[in-house]
Write a protein of this length. Sequence first.
Length: 94
Amino acid sequence: MTRKHGKTFLYWFGVIPILAAADLDMIKNIFMNTGGGSFEKVRLSPQAKLLFGMGLNGLVGEEWALHRRIANQALMIERIKCWDRGEHQQSGWK
Protein backbone atom coordinates (compact mmCIF):
# COMPACT_ATOMS: atom_id res chain seq x y z
CA MET A 1 0.00 0.00 0.00
CA THR A 2 2.92 2.37 0.58
CA ARG A 3 3.79 2.33 -3.12
CA LYS A 4 0.29 3.50 -3.96
CA HIS A 5 -0.39 5.90 -1.05
CA GLY A 6 3.05 6.85 0.29
CA LYS A 7 4.71 6.08 3.63
CA THR A 8 2.05 7.84 5.70
CA PHE A 9 -1.63 7.86 4.86
CA LEU A 10 -5.05 7.97 6.49
CA TYR A 11 -7.79 5.44 5.82
CA TRP A 12 -11.17 4.69 7.32
CA PHE A 13 -12.17 1.46 9.07
CA GLY A 14 -15.91 1.99 9.11
CA VAL A 15 -16.34 5.30 10.96
CA ILE A 16 -12.90 5.14 12.61
CA PRO A 17 -10.02 7.05 10.98
CA ILE A 18 -6.72 5.14 11.04
CA LEU A 19 -3.28 6.57 10.41
CA ALA A 20 -0.95 4.12 8.68
CA ALA A 21 2.73 4.99 9.06
CA ALA A 22 5.66 3.20 7.41
CA ASP A 23 8.18 6.00 7.98
CA LEU A 24 10.55 4.77 10.71
CA ASP A 25 11.20 8.24 12.15
CA MET A 26 7.47 8.92 12.45
CA ILE A 27 6.86 5.54 14.09
CA LYS A 28 9.63 6.22 16.60
CA ASN A 29 8.11 9.63 17.41
CA ILE A 30 4.66 8.08 17.85
CA PHE A 31 5.97 5.40 20.21
CA MET A 32 8.22 7.68 22.24
CA ASN A 33 6.18 10.89 22.43
CA THR A 34 2.65 9.77 23.17
CA GLY A 35 1.30 10.87 26.53
CA GLY A 36 2.07 8.22 29.09
CA GLY A 37 3.31 5.84 26.39
CA SER A 38 -0.22 4.81 25.52
CA PHE A 39 -2.25 5.44 22.38
CA GLU A 40 -5.38 4.02 20.81
CA LYS A 41 -4.75 1.06 18.51
CA VAL A 42 -7.10 -0.99 16.39
CA ARG A 43 -8.51 -3.72 18.59
CA LEU A 44 -7.83 -7.28 17.51
CA SER A 45 -10.74 -9.46 16.51
CA PRO A 46 -11.25 -12.68 18.50
CA GLN A 47 -9.82 -14.66 15.56
CA ALA A 48 -6.73 -12.44 15.45
CA LYS A 49 -6.24 -12.89 19.22
CA LEU A 50 -6.22 -16.66 18.69
CA LEU A 51 -3.66 -16.28 15.91
CA PHE A 52 -1.35 -13.69 17.50
CA GLY A 53 -2.05 -14.18 21.21
CA MET A 54 -1.73 -11.24 23.59
CA GLY A 55 1.79 -10.21 22.66
CA LEU A 56 2.89 -6.62 22.19
CA ASN A 57 0.78 -6.24 19.07
CA GLY A 58 -2.42 -7.02 20.99
CA LEU A 59 -1.86 -4.97 24.15
CA VAL A 60 -3.55 -1.61 24.66
CA GLY A 61 -3.52 1.14 27.24
CA GLU A 62 -1.53 0.70 30.42
CA GLU A 63 -0.61 -2.91 29.61
CA TRP A 64 1.04 -1.67 26.38
CA ALA A 65 2.88 1.11 28.22
CA LEU A 66 4.23 -1.32 30.85
CA HIS A 67 5.43 -3.89 28.31
CA ARG A 68 6.94 -1.19 26.10
CA ARG A 69 9.02 0.10 29.04
CA ILE A 70 10.21 -3.45 29.76
CA ALA A 71 11.09 -4.06 26.09
CA ASN A 72 12.91 -0.72 25.85
CA GLN A 73 15.18 -1.74 28.73
CA ALA A 74 15.94 -5.09 27.11
CA LEU A 75 16.58 -3.62 23.66
CA MET A 76 18.80 -0.67 24.54
CA ILE A 77 21.53 -0.22 21.92
CA GLU A 78 24.32 -0.77 24.47
CA ARG A 79 22.91 -4.20 25.36
CA ILE A 80 22.46 -5.17 21.73
CA LYS A 81 26.11 -4.25 21.07
CA CYS A 82 27.09 -6.63 23.88
CA TRP A 83 25.11 -9.43 22.23
CA ASP A 84 27.10 -8.90 19.03
CA ARG A 85 30.42 -9.08 20.90
CA GLY A 86 29.31 -12.28 22.58
CA GLU A 87 28.52 -13.94 19.25
CA HIS A 88 32.00 -13.10 17.95
CA GLN A 89 33.57 -14.65 21.05
CA GLN A 90 31.47 -17.79 20.68
CA SER A 91 32.46 -18.23 17.03
CA GLY A 92 36.13 -18.21 18.13
CA TRP A 93 35.48 -21.13 20.49
CA LYS A 94 34.26 -23.45 17.74
